[in-house]
Every structure is written in structure tokens, then in C-alpha cells.
Write a protein that binds this ligand. Sequence first.
Ligand SMILES: [Zn+2]
Length: 350
Amino acid sequence: MNIDVALLKQICEIAGAPGFEKRVRDLVVDLVTPLADEVKTDNLGNVIAIKRGKNNPDGKRVMVAAHMDEIGFIVTHVDDNGFLRFHTLGGFDPKTLTAQRVIVHGKKDLVGVMGSKPIHVMSPEERNKLPKTTDFFIDLGMSKEEVEKYISVGDPVTRDRELIEMGDCVNCKSIDNRVAVFILIEALKQLDNPPYDVYATFTVQEEVGLRGANVAAHSINPDFGIALDTTIAFDVPGAQAHEKVTQLGKGTAIKIMDAMTICDYRMVDFMKQTADQKEITWQPEILTAGGTDTAGVQRMGKQGAIAGAISIPTRHLHQVIEMAHKKDIADSISLLVACLEGVDQYDWKH
Ligand SMILES: [Zn+2]
């Protein structure tokens, strides 16, 4: 269950709102350059690290996708008193914005707080209403003149929260999907002579509609595809057995389907077989709402790819307190490495 928590912390804490991934991209390029035969960045900002296959006369390509972006915001307006209005970049549950610190990335980084109406001045009707993202504003504690020295409309905003360890779990903002970025980097470290060319792809703009993965899959044109992303672990008080999707600490999750992809039955079978052979703990995942890069990886190549996904069970998804279990993370690394090394050993024609 030993994972490099210091590296995971560095990867989770760095900023990277959709469309503004430069900081996390620069870190990823630094980390993967010594691990790959070739590293390129495409026009959209996806990073593609290629590790060549050892015996690959047909030039078979396996694309592995992990999105680098995190849900965030963009500044839309600075009002006369220096408060910021914003639009969301990615899917937010409005209640999760309450009482949060954020970082506004302008000419310099400024810490702000998500303000909203105090309960003391709410009418009885307002108290019973669900919050909307438009009820919130960002308070930088500065006048308009001071704010405008540093911040402009169009600047990205990310959530401010550091990674801590809790029992056998890690807890941070952006476990979705930096844990997968971490898993893909750790897999590249362990990968020893894969049979086919591995395209380790760190995608952009997943949270606003799989935009990076679509472009990357189109250019890579993979034969096989594996997406890496977090999934719901609703294994908490009040959840019924059939609602859990996955459970923390019960192993890596092999995706069967999500709302945008039915995984290839052969890839699902190959992953299950590989996990069983290597004695890696796994659980099945069916997520009926929400999509992942799996969709782009599967369908944007010229003939489509035989695609599936390895998912990391995560509690409190899309909140600043996302939680994953160290054993599930370690199992996910092991399964990914085993699949990349054994992809030529399976009868894909059956
Ligand atoms: Zn994600």
C-alpha cells in the first residue's frame, strides 16, 4: 500500500482549471520526460508521452488517458466594491461552494473567499431554497482599484485545499483527476518493455466535455484505449447497497459503462482476467450519470478503439474534500501496468 504521497500531494495541489492547465502541464512534462521515449504537447495542450513497444511490427497503439484539468471558475465581472462574479468551468453542486477559499490566478495569485448571504438576513423562503452558483461572489478583501491591479475578466479561479492523509486515505481538492495523473506517471516508471506503443496522454478540458481527449484520440488513432478517472464511492451513511457504485478500500474499479460509454466487452474481460491472474483486488463499476475521457478514446480514432477504463473509487466527488484509499490507488497502478504489459496476450478476436 506504499504510494508516493509527497508526489501525489504536489500533483493534486497545483492549479489547472479547464483551458488553463499550463502549470499542471509544465509539472507533468517535467515528470514524464525522463520516463518516455518521446514527449509532445499538441495545440490544445494535451501532453502525450510515448513509450515504444518492444516487438510491434504492426505499430499497434495503446492510448491511456488521464485528464489534468480540475473543476474551477472564470472571472466574469469585477463590481464597484471589488467583489468578483464568476462562471463555473465544470459541474459544481452549488452547496459545495459555501464557505470556501479559492485562488484567483491573475497577474499574481490572490486568495479569495466564496461569499453568500448570511442566514441571519435571509427571509424564511430564502432559507428553504437550494443555493445556486449565481448566489455566490468572490471576496478578495480589497477595493476595486486594488483588485484591478492584479485581476481581469477571464482570469481562472481554482479551489484552495491541501492534501492530507486520514487513516489509509488521502484527502484533497482535485483528487479528480490528479490521482489518475499520478497513477499514469507511476505506471510509466514501472513499465518494462510493453509489447505495443503506449501513448500516455494527459488531457485538457475533460471537465467541460472531454475536449482534450477527443483531439488526442483523433491524432493518436489508437487500437486500444484505457481511460483513468475517479468514480463515485457512495459507501456512506444513508446509501443503499445498490446505490454505492463503488466502495473505498475494496480495490481498483473496472468500468463496465458510464453515461457516455459502454466499455468494450473484451477490454472488460481482459482487465478482469488480468486482475485475477495478478491477484489485484478489483470491483466492477457502472456509473449511470456522468461521462469520462473513455468516450473520446473509444470513438475519435478512425476505426474506434477497443476501450475501457480503470476507475479510482472516490468519496465526496466534486467537493474540495475528495477522498481516495491508498490501497485502491496502488491496485490501480498495478492493474494498469499489468494490462499494458499483457495486451498482446489476449485473444481480441473472440
Ligand atoms: Zn474526472
